[in-house]
Each structure stands twice: as structure tokens, then as C-alpha cells.
Write a protein that binds this ligand. Sequence first.
Ligand SMILES: Cc1cc2nc3c(=O)[nH]c(=O)nc-3n(C[C@H](O)[C@H](O)[C@H](O)COP(=O)(O)OP(=O)(O)OC[C@H]3O[C@@H](n4cnc5c(N)ncnc54)[C@H](O)[C@@H]3O)c2cc1C
Length: 373
Amino acid sequence: MASASQRSLVVIGAGVFGASLARHCARAGWDVTLVEQVAPGHARAASGDESRLIRCAHGADEWHTRLARRAWELWREIDPRLVVPAGMAWLAHRVGGWEAESERTLRAAGIPCERVDGAGLFPSFAGGDIAFTLFEPEAGILRAREATRALARLAVEEGARLLLARARPDGSAVVLDGGQRLEADRVVWACGGWLPALFGDLVRVRVTQQDVFYFGAPAAWRTPGVPGWVDYDGAAYGLGDLDGRGVKVAPDVEGPEVDPETVERLPLAAHERQAREYLARRFPALADAPIVGTRTCQYELTPDTHFIVAPHPGHDGRVWLVGGTSGHGFKHGPAIAELLQSQLLGESPPEPRLGLEPREPDRGLRTAGAVIR
Ligand SMILES: Cc1cc2nc3c(=O)[nH]c(=O)nc-3n(C[C@H](O)[C@H](O)[C@H](O)COP(=O)(O)OP(=O)(O)OC[C@H]3O[C@@H](n4cnc5c(N)ncnc54)[C@H](O)[C@@H]3O)c2cc1C
């Protein structure tokens, strides 16, 4: 088995997954080339929004719980300024649902959580339909676009080359739009919503339009102060006003299928209505708050919401595909990079749940209509 320092790696895609891997492997001594078609953290990449939630609760799923906990540690090592430890509130509609399962899993893993009064967390809160609120204090928000850019910059500082070009596969090699051909011991395609167009039926991923809304609100709504929150059964999530951007509300209902390359980045009226209605219902003081910003983004949904981190079947472990992060991947970026490096070296086997085999549609990390952040 060769060591990292004898290996070369080409990573295509400088979203959080590609940039995390490039940084991690460059630090470990790999000869790394990172290829990005636009710019790290650009507006059309899923990693290009201002903020992403980070939390360990994943229902009864211990594997993701531990992965998120490792990611929490890694993000803070990478740069504590990227992490806003505002905490996360889970608004549970049922006594025995996802949040109760999460609570058991978190406690078993030694990760702090407690039941709190939801009204104490928000300046205005209507929780008549809420059975209990589960609070994760060691959770919060990642400054996502800044983090993605930082990872790419750190990769370069560790010796990686960043090439701004569009790539396509040619066997196990990579061809750039200028004609340059790249070959390496390992090639990893971490292309987010662009992966299906590059690899067709090999990746069973649906790309859907998801819209995020920012509402103008008084200073009492600032995050930190106001935590991140997920209303799992209510299919919405958000946070307070981080860095003056406005209070964030995202309807968590699957939008229409889109092509990330060509879709107009304008929010759908139906999504705006869902966000406004949720805001008025849950946080009544903000019922008439104005929209001060929007983002149109994409989910890359696998049938069971588990990611794809898998060797391409045609290339004997030289080519790997990473994606299908199903609306909950950002937080895990650095932890997946750590795991994947050892798989690229052959030190650990591919994770079966992240493989390319056909998957049964499964509740997985979702409940009716909702995808968990
Ligand atoms: C509305 C919304 C809210 C979300 N909320 C959360 C959350 O709260 N917490 C969380 O953990 N996750 C969340 N997610 C999910 C998270 O954002 C994604 O899982 C993550 O950003 C995916 O990163 P990625 O690197 O796979 O893809 P991307 O960030 O899309 O990066 C892929 C990159 O590949 C490049 N690329 C593609 N094709 C090529 C090519 N041929 N040549 C060169 N470069 C190429 C693209 O330009 C792009 O930069 C959310 C997603 C959405 C849409």
C-alpha cells in the first residue's frame, strides 16, 4: 500500500466536498490538483449560500450522528470563525418521533442536548402545535460560502494547484475545456448537481430547485442569540439574522427538477408563499416582515437521501464519485474528506451505504415532504 506522499490526486469541483478533500489530501502530502469550472463557492454551487446548519441529531442514525460530531470538531480546527455556535432547536410535533429518537442517539453518543421551552429561544414564538423543543447547544451555523472559499484557499496554501476550467471524464483521465489532459493515481468527481450530466445513469440523483428567503427583522432576531431551528414535520428550517442578512426561512419541500447549469436563479412564487406562511404561523411578530434577499439553490437527491461516495465501477478504484448529498451534506464536508482519504489509500473499504448500487426509496433521513438539514 502506497503512502499519501507518493500519490497524485485530481479533484473536480470546488464545492465543500471537493475543496475539503483537496485540502485534507494536500496536507497529508498528496500531489493535488483541484479543478473548478467557475470559482469556489460560486452562486450556483450548493455550497455557495451564506449559511448552512450544523447539528448532530439524525434520528436513530448513529453513523451520521458521529460523522457530524467529527465534522463539528474539524470545522473548529479549520477556522473557528467559520462556525457560529448558536445552538440548534428541533421543534417536535410528536412525543415519539424523529426528535425523541435523536435525543436517545445523542445521549448514547455523549453529545449534549436538552428539552427547553421554545418560547425562551425566540423573540416571538407560537408553539401550540409543538410537543417539545429539543436543543443541541453544541451545534449552530456554518458560514458556508466563506468556508468553501477558505477550504479551497487552504488547499492551495498546502500545495494544491487550483485550475479554473470545465472538466469532462475520458476513461480514468480528465480533459479540461482548453484541451489539457490530467492523469493521476486517483481522480475524484465531486460535482454536486452537475454529476448526473457527467455520469448519466451511474448516479441516480434528482436535482431539484430549492429557494431560501431572508426577511428583515429587528436586532432581537440576531444569530447568535437566536439559534438555528428545524421544524422537521413542518418541512421548514432557518436561523436568525446572521451578519445582517435577515432572518432565514427555507421551505423544506422538494421543488421541481432543474438543470443547475441553466435554471434561472429566481425563487418560485409557491416557495415564497410557503416561507411567508410559515414565518407568520411560527414567529407571529414577523408576519409582515419584508423579504430582503433570496437564494435559489439545488438539492441533489438520492432515493434514500444517503450520499454517494463510491469508486466508479469501470476504473479499478482509480476514479471516485462523490455527490448526491440530498440537502444535508454541507456540515459533513471535512469529515467525509477524512474518511475518503483513507478509502483512496485502500486503508478502509468503501462505505456500503454510500455505494452506486440501486437504492430503494427510503424514508432515510427524511420524513413526509421534509429533507433534514
Ligand atoms: C437550500 C439548501 C439548504 C441546505 N441546507 C443545508 C444545511 O443547513 N446543512 C447542511 O449540512 N447542508 C445543507 N444543504 C446541503 C449542502 O448545501 C450540500 O450538500 C453541499 O453544499 C453540496 O456540496 P458539493 O460540494 O457536493 O456540491 P457544490 O457545492 O454544488 O459543488 C460542486 C462544484 O463542482 C463544480 N463543477 C461541476 N461540474 C464541473 C465540471 N465539469 N468541471 C469543473 N467543475 C465542476 C461546480 O461548479 C461546483 O462548484 C442545503 C442545500 C440547499 C440547496
